[in-house]
Write a protein that binds this ligand. Structure first.
Ligand SMILES: [Zn+2]
Length: 90
């Protein structure tokens, strides 16, 4: 818990107080309001972008996996017939 001087009355106010106990100035929300909102918005955008990126990566990876699995199934089905057939083992 630290103290900072109020820009309105100049007296020391706790930084955790919601308003200046001397003059009633909104505190310290008005001081960091815009910056805090920008930081929060940037963080939210970054988190959203990260989530979207991760989801897209996972989706792409899953799609690739399913594609490969389907390809392998497609390959293994016609190839397993001659491989298992005893005709080639003469
Ligand atoms: Zn004050």
């Amino acid at each position: 818990m630290s103290l900072a001087s109020c820009p309105d009355c100049g007296r020391e106010v706790s930084t955790q107080a919601r308003h200046c106990v001397h003059c009633g100035r909104p505190w310290p929300a008005s001081r960091f309001g815009v910056l805090g909102a920008v930081v929060v918005a940037l963080l939210a955008v970054a988190v959203m972008a990260g989530i979207l990126f991760m989801a897209r990566q996972r989706c792409a990876a899953r799609a690739r996996c399913e594609e490969e699995r389907a390809l392998q199934q497609f390959k293994s089905q016609p190839m397993s017939v001659p491989a298992e057939s005893p005709k080639r083992d003469y």
